[in-house]
Design a protein around this ligand. Structure first.
Ligand code: PRX
Length: 638
C-alpha cells in the first residue's frame, strides 16, 4: 500500500517544494494516492484559478471523506483512540472513543439523519457545545453527503438566523445547553429564537447534554437519544464527487454580512491530511490537542478532519483555559499525556497574565510540539510559550492560514524548517506566496514587505461563497488577477521567512475571531439611539485587537454622564443581540461627528490613530469636511 508522504529533513522539504511547483500534477497525484477512492480522478488540477476563481482538484474522482477518516483505519487502528473528550468540569468523567466506536457512533447518527429525511446536498446547520456528539454529527453529515455548516455556539440568535437562511438549511442540530467555564447557556432557547425567522427549517435534532428541560416544537423538534434507539450502527457512505461541497463555514469580510466559504470534498481532504502530518510531524503514538472550537475552521481542519484522516488521537475540550483556574490547559496536558498542543496566541496571553505557578506546577513532560494559530503571536508570548510550556525543547509552529485556505499555508514543519519568533516561516509545498505592491506588482527579493497573495491554486482553495459566486471572485480573485488575495500584509525576512503583519482591509481580529468593521457598525446602527457609527481595531494586550466604536447618537442624547452610561450599555446590548458576546465593543466613544472627506468617506486612518493613542501624528487632515471634529474626538478619547 502506498504511504502518505512525510517530509523528514530540510533537503526533503526543498525537494518536495520544488516538485510541487514544477510538476504539481505529479506531486499531488502522489500525495492523493494512498487515500480510499471509489473512483480515481481524471485530472489533478483543473478549472480556472484567478480572476475566475473556480479551481477544481481531483475532478472525476469519487469518494467519501468519512471512509478516509474512519473505515480505512478499522483494520489497523480499530482499537486505537480516535477521540478523547475532556469535560468543562474537571470533576466530571472524561470520555474516550476508539476508531471502531467512533465509526459506529457516526454510522448511527447518519442513520438517524437519513430517517429524518436528510439527503445528499442538503444543508445542515449545527449549533452545539464542544461535546463528542458535535464531532459525530459533523462526520455523520459528511457520511450521508449533506453539507454541514457549523455555527459557533457563541453567536446570537440573529446571527444564527442569518446563517441558516443564507444556506437555506432544512435541518438544525443542537443541544439542550452548554457549559462554558462557570456559566451554563441554554443553547436550544437561542436556536428557538432564531428559527422563528427561518422558514426553510423542517427538523431540529436535539442532543441531550445538561439534562435541562427544553421546549420541543411539535412536529419539528426531536431528541437524538429517542431517534437513535434501536438504530443500526453501520451505514454505507454516500459516494460523493470530488468537487461536491463538504461544508460551508461563515466568516467575516470587509463588507456586508458574513459570507459562506465553501470547501469541496477531495481537495480539502488531501490538504487537511498533508498539512496536519507534515506541519506537526505526527507519529503513531501522539496524543494531539487542538484547543479551537469546531465552530471555527481550525476546529474543522485540525481537531476533526486532519487528525482523523491521519489516524491520530485527537483531544476535544469542552471548557475554557481559565476554569476552574489558569492551570487547566496544563492539567489536561499532564492528565492525557498530550504530545502535540495547538492553541491561539490570545489564550497564551491570557494565561501569561496569571501567576507562573499555574504552569510551573505541572510537568508537561509529554509535550513534543507546540503550535499557534489565528493571529500574530507577539515575541513576548512566543518566548513565554517556548520557555514555560515547551521547556525550551519543543519546536513551535506558527501556522498562518485562513478559513478560505482550508488548511495551513505558511508554517515551519516542526523541528525541520526554521522556526523564528513571530514568523510563520516558509510556505507548505504547493503554496506559492508573493508580496505585491498596492498596484499589484510582485516585489522580488528578501527583506521586503507587501500585500500577501498566492500565485497558483492549491487543493483546498475556497471554491465559492455560498449562493453568491460573484462575491468570491470579487473578494479574492479579481483584486489582483492571477493571484488569490489574502487581505493580509506580510514581510519576507532576509532568509525568506514570512511574518504576518496584519489585515490590510477592514477586517479585525479579536481574540483570533474575525469581524468586519462594517459588520459591527451595522449591528450598532440597529440601536434606536444611534445615527451613525465607525468601528476600528486597536492594540489590546490579551485580545490582540480590541473593538473601538465611535458613535453618533440622535440629537440631545448622551449629553449627561448618566445618559452616557445608559447609552453605552444599550449599544453593547444591541451588538450582543445582533452578533454575540464575542463582538462586544471594548470602548465606545460618543461623538457629534466623524472625520469625513468632502466626498463623504470616513477617514478611518484618523480614527485608528486616535484609538491607538497616536494623536500627535495624524497626517494630512486638510481634505476633511470639518477638521474641528478631530479635536473633539481626541479630547474625548477613551
Ligand atoms: O490575519 C490573518 C490571521 O487570521 C486571519 C484568518 O482568520 P480566520 O479565517 O478566522 O482563520 C483563522 C484560523 C486559521 C488571517 O487573514 N491569522 C491567522 N493565522 C495567523 C494569522 N496572523 C498571523 N499569524 C498567524 N499564524
Amino acid at each position: 500500500m502506498p504511504q502518505h508522504p512525510r517530509i523528514r529533513s530540510v533537503e526533503e522539504y526543498q525537494q518536495a517544494y520544488q516538485r510541487s511547483v514544477q510538476d504539481p500534477d505529479a506531486f499531488w497525484a502522489e500525495v492523493a494516492e494512498p487515500f480510499t477512492w471509489r473512483r480515481k480522478w481524471t485530472s489533478v488540477r483543473g478549472g480556472a484559478f484567478s480572476p475566475e476563481g473556480r479551481s477544481t482538484w481531483f475532478d472525476g474522482a469519487r469518494l467519501n471523506i468519512t471512509e478516509n477518516c474512519l473505515d480505512r483505519h478499522l483494520a489497523q487502528r480499530g482499537n486505537k483512540l480516535a477521540l478523547i473528550w475532556e469535560p468543562n468540569d474537571p470533576k466530571q468523567r472524561h470520555l474516550r472513543l476508539t476508531y471502531r466506536e467512533l465509526h459506529q457512533e457516526v454510522c448511527r447518527f447518519a442513520n438517524v439523519l437519513h430517517n429524518l429525511g436528510v439527503e445528499k446536498g442538503d444543508r445542515v446547520c449545527l449549533y452545539m457545545p464542544m461535546i463528542p456528539q458535535l464531532a459525530i454529527a459533523v462526520l455523520a453529515c459528511a457520511r450521508v453527503g449533506a453539507i454541514h455548516s457549523v455555527i459557533f455556539a457563541g453567536f446570537s440568535s440573529t446571527a444564527i438566523a442569518d446563517r441558516v437562511n443564507d444556506a437555506e438549511a432544512a435541518f438544525v442540530i443542537t443541544a439542550d445547553g452548554l457549559n462554558r467555564g462557570p456559566k451554563q447557556i441554554p443553547v436550544k432557547r437561542v436556536v428557538d429564537e432564531a428559527l422563528a425567522h427561518c422558514p426553510s427549517v423542517r427538523k431540529v435534532l436535539v442532543v441531550e447534554h445538561l439534562g435541562w428541560p427544553v421546549h420541543m416544537h411539535e412536529g419539528r423538534d426531536v431528541w437524538y437519544h429517542e431517534e437513535a434507539e434501536g438504530v443500526a450502527k453501520t451505514c454505507p457512505a454516500e459516494e460523493m464527487e470530488a468537487e461536491d461541497p463538504l461544508f460551508i463555514l461563515y466568516t467575516s469580510g470587509s463588507t456586508g454580512k458574513p459570507k459562506g466559504v465553501v470547501h469541496s470534498t477531495a481537495g480539502y481532504m488531501v490538504w487537511a491530511d498533508y498539512t496536519f502530518r507534515n506541519v506537526f510531524q505526527v507519529e503513531e503514538n501522539d496524543v494531539y490537542w487542538c484547543t479551537a472550537d469546531v465552530g471555527w475552521v481550525t476546529g474543522h481542519s485540525y481537531l476533526l478532519y486532519g487528525p482523523l484522516l491521519a489516524g491520530s488521537t485527537s483531544l476535544m475540550f469542552e471548557g475554557v483555559p481559565t476554569y476552574p483556574d489558569a492551570g487547566r490547559f496544563w492539567e489536561v496536558i499532564d492528565k492525557h499525556s498530550v504530545s502535540i498542543f495547538y492553541t491561539a496566541p490570545t489564550a497564551i496571553r491570557s494565561l501569561m497574565a496569571a501567576p507562573l505557578d499555574n504552569v510551573l506546577s505541572y510537568s508537561l513532560d509529554s509535550l513534543r510540539v507546540l503550535g499557534s494559530v489565528g493571529e500574530p503571536i507577539n515575541e513576548e508570548a512566543w518566548y513565554w510559550y517556548h520557555t514555560h510550556v515547551g521547556k525550551e525543547r519543543c519546536p513551535i509552529v506558527d501556522t498562518w492560514w485562513q478559513t478560505e485556505t482550508g488548511g495551513i499555508m505558511l508554517s515551519a514543519l516542526a523541528g525541520i524548517t526554521p522556526s523564528k519568533p513571530a514568523h510563520a516561516g516558509l510556505p507548505i509545498p504547493g503554496v506559492q506566496p508573493v508580496l505585491l505592491t498596492q498596484e499589484g506588482q510582485e516585489i522580488e527579493g528578501n527583506d521586503q514587505e507587501g500585500y500577501l497573495a498566492i500565485k497558483a491554486s492549491w487543493p483546498a482553495v475556497i471554491r465559492t461563497t455560498w449562493g453568491d459566486h460573484e462575491r468570491a471572485e470579487q473578494t479574492y480573485f479579481r483584486p489582483y488577477p492571477g493571484y488569490y488575495f489574502t487581505g493580509d500584509g506580510a514581510r519576507r525576512d532576509e532568509n525568506g521567512l514570512y511574518r504576518i503583519i496584519g489585515r490590510v482591509d477592514d477586517v479585525i481580529n479579536v481574540s483570533g475571531h474575525r469581524f468586519g468593521t462594517a459588520e459591527i457598525e451595522n449591528a450598532i446602527n440597529q440601536n434606536p439611539h444611534v445615527v451613525e457609527s465607525a468601528v476600528v481595531g486597536f492594540p489590546h494586550d490579551v485580545k490582540g485587537q480590541g473593538i473601538y466604536a465611535y458613535v453618533i447618537c440622535r440629537p440631545g442624547e448622551g449629553q449627561k454622564e448618566t445618559d452616557l452610561l445608559h447609552l453605552e450599555a444599550s449599544i453593547i446590548e444591541t451588538v450582543v443581540a445582533e452578533i454575540g458576546k464575542i463582538a462586544r465593543p471594548d470602548k465606545i466613544q460618543i461623538v457629534s461627528g466623524l472625520p469625513k472627506t468632502r466626498s463623504g468617506k470616513i477617514m478611518r486612518r484618523i480614527l485608528r490613530k486616535v484609538a491607538e493613542g497616536e494623536t500627535s501624528n495624524l497626517g494630512d487632515t486638510t481634505t476633511l469636511l470639518d477638521p474641528a471634529v478631530v479635536d473633539e474626538i481626541i479630547g474625548g478619547r477613551k
